[in-house]
Design a protein around this ligand. Structure first.
Ligand SMILES: NC(=O)c1ccc[n+]([C@@H]2O[C@H](COP(=O)([O-])OP(=O)(O)OC[C@H]3O[C@@H](n4cnc5c(N)ncnc54)[C@H](O)[C@@H]3O)[C@@H](O)[C@H]2O)c1
Length: 258
């Protein structure tokens, strides 16, 4: 029997680790990829070093590293699921963004998911598998971090490009757009303003922010047979942020019902 494998990039991070944990419910083996060797070791400890998990250090922006990683994973089983989760933002406004930041944010958040797809494309074809790109609400409207946001918008389009061109091979491609999730990526902002998450809640219809587990559940659904007819979509997991803002509706309508 060939092992049914899922690959999660950036899996030493909070959202990636939650996704890896959830996908172990529907795969024989989940391979965690990350650049950060130490964080990867910590993630494996937190996942109890369970036999359903393996970890490999890999820089997803490096094509050669990806090719070697894909070759190693092919000896472990057949990749049915790829989750492009590695991502980061470097500058908060256009005023803080220079050419190098623009290129680096695009390399990690847009080019790397494309390179990862190409690295696992043959396996996904053979498995009639599925991929999920972790985009962001930043790819749907302006919330700061411009270079990252432009890349995340591009990632939503890349998802559609893969869905349309590779649908004939049975490959499905979808995106998930998280709203605010409390992870290490927020450490600097939370250090500057410890109230940042409380303040963020007022903009969310559900008056809370999403958890890493909320994101993992959406990914689990999208790669499952329950979503067999779903491809090319971007699913916001954002507690209603992109639906609209009650405060704005109150101002515009002058109704206290909001
Ligand atoms: N946290 C949020 O509020 C939020 C909101 C929307 C979208 N997202 C997206 O969710 C994903 C996960 O975010 P997170 O908050 O868990 O971030 P995180 O910083 O906790 O984890 C990101 C992981 O990616 C890894 N990584 C970075 N560069 C890499 C590379 N070149 N190769 C391999 N791994 C690399 C890091 O080492 C880290 O472990 C990202 O794509 C992020 O853009 C997060």
């Amino acid at each position: 029997m060939t092992h049914k494998v899922a690959v999660v990039t950036g899996a030493a991070g909070d959202i990636g680790r939650a996704i890896a944990k959830r996908l172990a419910d529907s795969h024989d083996l989940v391979v965690l990829l990350d650049l950060d060797c130490q964080a990867l070791g910590q993630a494996m400890v937190e996942l109890s070093d369970d036999v359903r998990f393996a970890s490999l250090v890999c820089d997803v922006t490096d094509e050669k590293d990806l090719a070697e990683t894909a070759a190693r994973i092919s000896t472990l089983g057949l990749v049915h699921t790829l989750v492009n989760n590695a991502g980061a933002a470097r500058a908060v406004s256009l005023g803080d963004t220079d050419g190098e930041i623009w290129r680096k944010d695009n390399a990690l958040n847009l080019e790397a998911p494309f390179l990862c797809f190409r690295a696992f494309e043959n396996a996904l074809k053979e498995a009639k598998g599925s991929l999920v790109n972790i985009s962001s609400v930043n790819g749907m409207a302006v919330f700061g971090h411009p270079a990252y946001s432009a890349a995340k918008a591009g990632l939503i389009h890349l998802t559609k490009l893969i869905a349309v061109e590779y649908g004939k091979y049975g490959i499905r491609a979808n995106a998930v757009a998280p709203g605010t999730v409390r992870t290490q990526a927020w450490e600097a902002r939370a250090a500057t303003n410890p109230q940042v998450f409380e303040e963020a809640k007022r903009w969310y219809a559900l008056q809370r922010i999403a958890t890493a587990e909320d994101i993992a559940n959406a990914v689990f659904f999208l790669v499952s047979d329950q979503a067999a007819a779903i491809t090319g979509v971007c699913l916001p997991v954002d507690c209603g942020l992109t639906a609209g803002q009650a405060e704005l509706a109150r101002t515009f309508s002058q109704s206290d019902n909001y």
